[in-house]
Every structure is written in structure tokens, then in C-alpha cells.
Write a protein that binds this ligand. Structure first.
Ligand SMILES: Nc1ncnc2c1ncn2[C@@H]1O[C@H](COP(=O)(O)OP(=O)(O)OP(=O)(O)O)[C@@H](O)[C@H]1O
Length: 222
């Protein structure tokens, strides 16, 4: 069965009444898409992501996905303190156990995929922003997700590592067919990597190709 994420008449308000942050939106994301969610600060991008992850419930309407396993890459992590005593391997091993994956090789496999094997014994808190992001992507890949959700993957990541991270995301989307939904502040990355842009504004959403987004939305903002 093909993966979809479908929103129908979706309303959301943290106060459970109007005004709504998401004000009656409809969309369908299909298998193999790479969607970047764009919009101004506070427009509801993270809220929409949390609704897809079922961390929040719609106030009205529905949002459903038939994804078998969702990998989630959070924006901020609890391991940014250099004194936090956990190594890359220990963190991934804890997650492996949480997912009830028996084979410890799964850790080495995902580290290999993001080119981070040499950092296996490093403390999480000593990694750079880019290295940390790669480890979080590795962690999200451990359950072999069919859907990967990322919250601003370039935040706190140096330019060089940003390029690597986006190249990798594009590759797993194209080659491995993993559907990607990414909340983005990085407009250039969204336009050059995604297959579709979801633009949120005033509680409404608009789904279009990066080409159309560049021609229509960005022109209007100039
Ligand atoms: N737990 C919460 N309780 C009440 N209001 C919230 C909560 N979380 C977010 N909000 C409000 O909901 C609105 C949308 O927030 P959200 O974080 O989804 O926006 P965003 O587009 O992701 O913002 P940013 O680009 O700044 O990360 C904002 O006005 C925010 O202040």
C-alpha cells in the first residue's frame, strides 16, 4: 500500500476554540514526496508537524497517515551539554532497545549510512551541530522508517555540514523512497531539495512545486 498523509478540514487551536492556528486545511502528501513546510515564525509549522506525529489532536477535522514507521529528527536535543555523559553508541543503543531491534549491527549500519562510525565512542555533548544532526538522522533511520519528519534540519549546523545533510536527505528520498516532511527555515535548501513546498500563512496552506513557489510566492514578497 502506498504511503499517504491526508489532512481533511483540519482546524487546530491550543485553546480549542477560534482563532485557529490551522484554519481548515486540506492536503495529501504521497509516497516518495519530499515536502518542505515553509512560513513565517509562529504560523503553525511545528504544530502541523506535531499533528502528523499524533503528539497533538486536531480541534476539528482529521489528519491521518498510513506510515508503518515514522522516523523523527527533532530540532533541539538534550545532549548539547558537553558534560552529559552519554556516547553516540550508548544513545543509539538505548534507542535500539526502545524499538526492540534485536541486532546490535543496526547501530553500525545507521552510523555507516551517515558516515559517522569514527564518532561511535564520542560523547554526544562534544559533537558539532552538523555531527549531532547526522547522529539524530541515523537514530531516526534505525527503525527503517517509511516516513521521516524533520524539524528545521539546518538549525545550528555549519554551512558545510548543511550541504552534506541535505545531500543525504535527497539521496534517501530518491534512492530509498523514504517520504520526507521537513519544517524549514532554510529557503534555498527547501527549493533545491524538495519535490513540493507546503506554504502556511494565516492558518491556510498551499501545496506547490518549488518552481511554482519561486515564481509566485517569492515574486509577491519582493
Ligand atoms: N504549547 C503551546 N501552547 C500555546 N500556544 C502555543 C503552543 N505551542 C505553540 N503555540 C503558539 O502557536 C503558534 C504556532 O506555533 P508553531 O510553533 O507551530 O509555529 P512555527 O511556524 O513552527 O514557528 P517558528 O517558525 O517560530 O518555529 C504560535 O503563535 C505559538 O506561540
Amino acid at each position: 500500500m502506498f504511503l499517504t498523509i491526508q489532512a481533511k478540514g483540519l482546524y487546530f487551536s491550543y485553546t480549542v476554540s477560534a482563532p485557529y492556528i490551522l484554519d481548515g486545511i486540506d492536503f495529501e502528501i504521497k509516497d516518495g514526496d519530499y515536502i518542505s513546510i515553509l512560513g513565517e515564525n509562529g504560523c503553525g509549522k511545528s504544530t502541523l508537524m506535531k499533528l502528523i506525529l499524533k503528539l497533538l489532536k486536531p480541534t476539528k477535522g482529521t489528519i491521518v497517515t498510513n506510515a508503518d514507521h515514522i522516523g523523527y529528527v527533532p530540532q533541539k536535543n538534550d545532549f548539547s551539554n558537553a558534560n552529559f555523559p552519554i556516547t553516540v553508541y550508548e544513545m543509539l543503543n538505548a534507542y535500539r532497545r526502545l524499538l526492540k531491534i534485536k541486532n546490535k549491527e543496526a547501530i553500525l549500519e545507521v552510523l555507516d549510512r551517515v558516515g559517522m562510525n569514527p564518532f561511535m565512542d564520542s560523547l554526544m555533548g562534544t559533537l558539532s551541530g552538523g555531527q549531532c544532526q547526522k547522529i539524530f538522522i541515523a537514530r531516526a533511520l534505525m527503525g527503517k522508517p517509511d516516513l521521516l519528519i524533520l524539524d528545521e534540519p539546518s538549525t545550528g549546523v555549519d554551512i558545510g555540514s548543511q550541504k552534506e545533510v541535505y545531500r543525504f536527505l535527497k539521496e534517501i528520498n530518491k534512492k530509498n523512497g523514504i517520504t520526507i516532511v521537513s519544517v524549514e527555515h532554510n529557503l534555498d535548501a527547501a527549493i533545491s531539495n524538495s519535490t513540493l513546498i507546503y506554504h502556511l500563512s494565516g492558518g491556510k496552506g498551499h501545496l506547490c512545486t518549488p518552481e511554482k513557489y519561486t515564481a509566485e510566492f517569492l515574486k509577491n514578497e519582493q
